[in-house]
Write a protein that binds this ligand. Structure first.
Ligand SMILES: [Zn+2]
Length: 317
C-alpha cells in the first residue's frame, strides 16, 4: 500500500500559534532556517529512496527559489501552501484567490513546472470555508489536502469523508485527500502528522497507519513541517497549550520519521491519487531524471529512483 508523504515548507516563525507574537512585517528580519533543514530532509528521503510532496509557502518560494528548484530536481512533487500563510477563514474569497494566484505563480516560476496540489495553512478548510474548493478548481488545482475530519479548536470537519474522494460540491472539480485519522471507539483520532506524530509513541503511529492500510484498505496522509525537524530553532515566549503543541518532542521527530520510512511505502500525493484512479499522473517519477547540480558529488545528489526499483545498494552515479 502506497501512502502519501507530505511536508508543509514554511519558516518556524510562520505558524499560527505565533501570530500574536511575530508580525508578518518582521519576518524578513528573523533568521531563516527553512533551507538547511529542508536540505537535510531531502538527504534523508534520498537515502530511503522516497519521494514526497512539498507544499511550499509562496513567501518562502519568492525568497528562496533555489530551494524550490532543488526539491523539484530531486524528483519530488511541489504543491502550494498559500502565499502569506494565512488561514483560509481569515480571508474573503477574492483575497484567498489573490493569495493563491501569487503563491502558485511564484512556486511554478521557481520550479519550472506546473503544480496541481494545495494544502491550506492550519488545515483551515472547514465547514465555513468550503467555498475555497471551487476557487481552487478554477485556479487550476486538481486536488486539495486540507480537511481534517476531527474536532479541534482551530480546524476540522468532524464528519468529513476520511479518505481520498472526488469533491461533490457544485463547480468544484477537485479531489480531496484528508489528513489521516484512525477510527477508534466511534471517534476519528489524528495520528499521522504534526504535533500528533510528535506526541504519540512511534509504535502507536505505526499501529494506526497499519490499521488504516490493512483493515480499511486505504492510504494514509503523513504530514510534517521542517521546523518539526529542527530542535535548535529559536524559541518564542509561547505558553501553556500553544508552547506544548509547538515544541513537544522536536528532538525525536527525525528518528521517528526514519522509522516510518523503513516500515511503510510512501510516495507523492499525486502518485497515490493516480494509483487510485482519482487523477491522471502528471509528473513526479514519470519526469525524466534531471542532471545533478554543477559541482555536486554525484553519488549523493543524483535523482532518486522509484522505490520499487530499489535494490538496497547505494545510489549509483
Ligand atoms: Zn503551515
Amino acid at each position: 500500500m502506497l501512502n502519501a508523504l507530505s511536508f508543509d515548507i514554511e519558516e518556524y516563525f510562520q505558524v499560527e500559534a505565533l501570530r500574536g507574537l511575530v508580525r508578518p512585517r518582521d519576518w524578513d528580519r528573523l533568521e531563516s532556517r527553512v533551507a538547511p533543514v529542508t536540505l537535510r530532509l531531502l538527504d534523508v528521503l534520498e537515502r530511503h529512496r522516497v519521494t514526497a510532496t512539498f507544499f511550499v509557502v509562496g513567501w518562502v518560494a519568492e525568497r528562496q527559489p533555489e530551494l524550490v528548484r532543488e526539491i523539484a530536481r530531486r524528483g519530488h512533487e511541489l504543491g502550494c501552501h498559500g502565499y502569506a500563510h494565512l488561514p483560509v477563514y481569515a480571508m474573503e474569497p477574492e483575497t484567498f484567490r489573490e493569495d493563491l494566484r501569487r503563491a502558485k505563480r511564484t512556486i511554478e516560476d521557481a520550479a519550472g513546472e506546473p503544480i496541481i496540489g494545495y494544502r491550506a495553512p492550519t488545515c483551515s478548510i472547514v465547514r465555513e470555508t468550503l467555498w475555497a474548493l471551487p476557487v481552487l478548481a478554477e485556479e487550476g488545482f486538481r486536488y486539495d489536502s486540507s480537511i481534517f475530519p476531527i474536532h479541534h479548536d482551530r480546524y476540522g470537519i468532524p464528519d468529513a469523508d476520511r479518505f481520498p474522494h472526488r469533491v461533490s460540491a457544485p463547480g468544484a472539480d477537485l479531489v480531496e485527500f484528508p489528513l489521516t485519522t484512525v477510527r477508534l471507539a466511534g471517534q476519528n483520532l489524528p495520528c499521522c502528522g504534526g504535533g500528533y506524530f510528535r506526541l504519540l509513541p512511534y509504535p502507536v503511529v505505526r499501529a494506526a497507519l497499519r490499521r488504516v492500510n490493512e483493515r480499511e484498505g486505504m492510504p494514509g496522509m503523513v504530514y510534517l513541517h521542517p521546523w518539526e525537524l529542527d530542535p535548535d530553532q529559536p524559541r518564542f515566549a509561547l505558553r501553556g497549550l500553544a508552547a506544548f503543541r509547538h515544541y513537544v518532542n522536536l528532538r525525536h521527530t527525525a528518528d521517528k520519521l526514519e522509522r516510518l520510512l523503513d516500515d511503510f511505502a510512501f510516495g507523492p500525493v499525486e502518485r497515490v491519487l493516480a494509483e487510485r484512479g482519482l487523477i491522471d499522473f502528471m509528473g513526479g517519477l514519470s519526469k525524466p531524471p534531471k542532471p545533478p547540480a554543477l559541482g555536486a558529488p554525484r553519488e549523493t545528489r543524483g535523482a532518486p529512483r522509484p522505490p520499487d526499483s530499489c535494490t538496497g545498494s547505494e545510489v549509483a552515479a
